[in-house]
Each structure stands twice: as structure tokens, then as C-alpha cells.
Write a protein that binds this ligand. Structure first.
Ligand SMILES: [Zn+2]
Length: 291
């Protein structure tokens, strides 16, 4: 008897009214604890250990397919080939979901960080999504194409975020759609959630009286930031605003009972937040064989 060496394909379907949302894993990234700000390092380590999470830090990377009205959108594109061997799995999982990149007609970015945009184009500058329009918030595109902002960044961010992001987006220049808000795909409304990056955007999917908010990077480390919304990451462009936006979104989704999907929540990244005392409890969705 041979033992399995890997998981089944990491795809998970969820119905939102007439729309099907599919979580498509891009894998995960392991990284340093030093990026976690506004908490004592020993406290961050203790919280992850007590939550039985791998140390030093393991972050899931999720993307989401939206099938609405005969069209297919992809929200974010994962790490591509450049970041880590544990990432860049989106394409094999898309394939397992039976979706060819050429069938995707819209790519919606939550923001232009490399774990979200590196899957747009290959190393030779060829777009993976031959027919897709690329849509993102106008403030997001403007920031990463601002030479003055790039001049203020450190060398790592200059290379990894500004230069890599510009290279990834460039092949889509002729089919770029920059928005300020509103409906950006059938049943999908853009919600500007700035702080992590200037144009960081959530996507609210609504159909048949149901809804799901893809909240992007409102959380990077669930066990830490749900207890401590004030905890930020070194790669938050405006950490004060990022924390304020996180508190506002927590309050909103808990008050409304809003279903949520997150890029860095544990796969398949589907949850609710419930208010408990002064804080919140994370409630992961269950798994069901049919929708
Ligand atoms: Zn991210």
C-alpha cells in the first residue's frame, strides 16, 4: 500500500445566490516573524504556538474564481514562480477546477503585492491570461507606478514590489480597467479598503439575497490579528490606516453577519466573524459535498 504524498487538488466551491465562488489555493509562504509589528515578538510566537500553528510563520495564499452570468473572473493570481517552492500552485489547481487561463475574462486584483500579482505574467513578459481584462483600484496602479514613491522605498521593496509589479502588469496595458468603486463584474462591487496598500480593495459578491465579501489582506495572521487588530505588518504601506480599516471591517462584518473570504485565511479561506465580549471569534465555514 502506498501512502499519499500530497493533498487532493485545493479547490472549494461555494454558492452565493446564482454565482459560484471557487477558492483556488496558491499554496503557502513560510517567513520571518520579524515582519510582525506592534506586538512583542514573544507574544506573537506564543499565540501561534498555542494555536498549534507552524513556526516561525506560515501564511496561506488563496485566490478566488467567480462564475457569474456565463463569465469568469479571477480575484488575484498568487505568487507565480518567483517567490517560493511552496507557492505558485494556482495554475495546477485552476486546471483541476477545469478552468483554462484563456477562459478567464477578467482578473480583479485586491492589490499589487507580489503574492497577489506575480501570477499575471511569465518571466519572458508574456501574459498568462490571454483574453482577460485586468482591473484594480486607480490608487493602487498609481502608487506602484509613482517614481517618487519608489524612490522612498527600500531596495527590497523597490525590486520585489515596485519593479516586479510593473513588469507583471505591463502586458495588460491595452486591457487595463482602473476603477474608483462601483460594480466591476456582474454581481461584484469594489470596496476600497486602504491602508495595507493605497488602493487595497475588497470585492463584495451579491446574488439572490446572499453575499460574500472577499476582503483581501485585511488579515495576514488570523490567530494574532483577530485578537489584536492593532498588529500590523512591515509591508503595510500605511500601518495606522491598515489597522483602522481592519477594525472597521471587523465591526461591519460581525454586525451584519457578513460572510467573508480572505487571501491569507486558512484554505479555503471562508469564514464569519462573531463578536465575543470585547473581541471577535473566527468561525470557519463547514464543508458540504453539494451546494
Ligand atoms: Zn498578501
Amino acid at each position: 500500500m502506498t501512502h499519499p504524498a500530497q493533498q487532493v487538488p485545493a479547490i472549494h466551491h461555494r454558492r452565493v445566490g446564482d454565482i459560484i465562488v471557487t477558492s483556488v489555493s496558491d499554496g503557502f509562504l513560510d517567513g520571518s516573524m520579524a515582519v510582525i509589528q506592534n506586538i512583542a515578538p514573544e507574544d506573537a510566537t506564543r499565540i501561534l504556538r498555542e494555536a498549534h500553528r507552524p513556526l516561525p510563520r506560515r501564511t496561506a495564499v488563496n485566490t478566488f474564481l467567480i462564475r457569474a452570468g456565463g463569465r469568469i473572473a479571477l480575484v488575484d493570481t498568487g505568487c507565480g514562480a518567483a517567490m517560493a517552492a511552496t507557492g505558485g500552485k494556482m495554475f495546477e489547481n485552476l486546471s483541476a477546477a477545469g478552468v483554462a487561463p484563456a477562459a478567464i475574462d477578467t482578473v480583479l486584483l485586491t492589490h499589487m503585492h507580489p503574492d497577489h500579482s506575480n501570477g499575471l505574467s511569465d518571466a519572458a513578459g508574456q501574459p498568462f491570461f490571454a483574453k482577460a481584462e485586468l482591473a484594480m483600484h486607480q490608487a493602487e496602479y498609481a502608487f506602484w507606478h509613482d517614481d517618487a514613491a519608489m524612490g522612498r522605498a527600500d531596495e527590497t521593496s523597490r525590486q520585489r514590489n515596485f519593479m516586479a509589479g510593473r513588469t507583471q502588469v505591463a502586458p495588460y496595458q491595452a486591457r487595463l480597467k482602473l476603477f474608483a468603486g462601483g460594480e466591476v463584474f456582474p454581481g461584484v462591487t469594489a470596496m476600497h479598503l486602504p491602508g495595507h496598500t493605497p488602493g487595497h480593495t475588497g470585492y463584495l459578491i451579491t446574488s439572490g439575497g446572499e453575499s460574500l465579501l472577499i476582503w483581501g489582506d485585511i488579515i495576514h495572521l488570523p490567530e494574532i490579528q483577530i485578537q489584536h487588530p492593532e498588529v500590523t505588518m512591515t509591508f503595510d504601506i500605511d500601518p495606522v490606516q491598515a489597522a483602522a480599516t481592519r477594525r472597521r471591517v471587523f465591526d461591519q462584518v460581525a454586525s451584519e453577519g457578513q460572510a467573508v473570504a480572505g487571501m491569507h485565511m486558512h484554505f479555503p479561506g471562508l469564514l464569519h466573524l462573531a463578536r465575543r465580549g470585547d473581541g471577535y471569534q473566527l468561525l470557519h465555514d463547514g464543508w458540504y459535498p453539494a451546494m
